[in-house]
Design a protein around this ligand. Structure first.
Ligand SMILES: *Cc1c(COP(=O)(O)O)cnc(C)c1O
Length: 361
């Protein structure tokens, strides 16, 4: 268990590292012929790379992806010399030395980046990113014939799906067809095509290496559609109750007085606001949980506080107890805020105390 002493007035993010590893192993079973790498950009999707990365390493993961070189430097420091670390954003002209100093592998996204690494990469390995249809990073598929990979030590050919979370989208099959052509161009080099959702599109999508991000944290809307077993939630946000009060009919709540009580109501003021990562875009269905019962949010989200309605509860909570957010409810919670689970997790601010649980903590 954790050594961190919770600060009673702060919101806490409980991260269950055992659940994280269950999800990692779940992906190993979904793609038994692929290696599973972990995409831990943005501080491991907000959950805390210092704890998340070593837990995955101990579970056998030895390939990681980050977005930025500085994230790679931090990860190298955390994991030591063995794991392979790829930097998705590649490199600018003056960054080759930093990559080399920390044994980071750039993902080369342009002809120019290929040139820089050819000249400055000292023959060290790099990945090549071909854009098969997302039109974000990577050399366009149309330019495949023009790619000059001489004097480059390419160890991975990758591409990224635009619509993996929508299995029926025609772009998936089109990207797969293009990627199949791409890898014929680079015989003998390992291929990586799928993020979490892509991995579940079928074995023909899986290739040598999967890049798993959001799925590690137990959220994947797709799973219900596919009828695959439920993943294990990893993150629960616990917002402390800092004040209880009774509202009377006609009284209003919060900035702008946007909520008005139509009856007598028991409410709680929580120390959880947009400065902690609670979206200001909450909707009528946004709710927290107390002992299995839901508590709706009332009025506007302010910087440090939100008010919730306790009227539906059989058992009234006390000041200092917590209202829970996310957990099993992460996807509906994100939906109700008009956000993606990715945004919800990566928006949890540094002020929120991370508390790690499980054997691996
Ligand atoms: C973030 C990212 C991933 C992981 O995506 P998830 O949807 O979180 O699994 C994989 N590949 C690339 C290129 C990424 O940017």
């Amino acid at each position: 268990m954790t050594m961190v002493r919770p600060i009673p007035s702060l919101p806490q993010l409980h991260v269950d590292l055992d659940a994280l590893l269950e999800n990692f192993r779940w992906f190993e079973r979904q793609a038994p012929n692929s290696a599973i790498s972990c995409a831990l950009k943005a501080n491991a999707y907000g959950l805390g790379i210092k704890k998340v990365a070593p837990a995955l390493q101990a579970a056998g993961c030895d390939i990681f992806f980050v977005a930025h070189i500085c994230e790679g430097e931090e990860l190298r420091e955390i994991l030591g010399k063995n794991p392979i670390i790829y930097v998705l954003h590649g490199l600018l002209t003056h960054e080759a030395e930093t990559l080399l100093n920390h044994d980071l592998r750039p993902v080369l996204n342009t002809h120019q980046q290929m040139d820089v690494w050819r000249k400055q990469g000292k023959g060290q390995p790099a990945a090549l990113h071909i854009d098969t249809g997302i039109n974000r990073l990577g050399i366009a598929f149309d330019e495949l014939e023009t790619i000059n990979s001489s004097d480059l030590n390419l160890c991975l050919i990758m591409s990224h799906l635009a619509c993996a979370a929508e299995p029926a989208h025609p772009l998936n099959a089109q990207q797969l067809q293009r990627f199949t052509k791409v890898i014929q161009h680079f015989p003998g080099i390992a291929a990586s095509f799928c993020n979490s959702a892509g991995t579940l599109l079928g074995s023909e999508y899986q290739f040598d290496l999967a890049r798993i991000g959001i799925g590690l944290f137990g959220t994947l809307a797709l799973e219900a559609e596919l009828g695959t077993p439920t993943m294990t939630p990893v993150a629960r946000l616990l917002a402390p109750i800092v004040q209880l009060k009774t509202l009377h009919k006609g009284q209003q709540v919060g900035y702008g007085a946007t909520f008005e009580a139509d009856r007598t109501m028991q409410v709680a003021v929580l120390a959880y606001g947009y400065a902690d990562g609670l979206p200001r875009t909450i909707g009528p269905d946004t709710k927290g949980w107390f002992k299995g019962a839901s508590v709706p949010l009332l009025g506007r989200v302010s910087m440090d506080l939100i008010v919730v309605d306790l009227s539906q509860l059989d058992q009234q909570p006390q000041v200092g107890e917590h209202i829970e957010f996310m957990g099993h409810d992460l996807e509906p919670f994100a939906d109700s805020c008009g956000a993606e689970p990715y945004e919800i997790l990566t928006s949890i601010s540094p002020r929120v105390q991370r508390i790690y649980q499980g054997e691996a903590a």
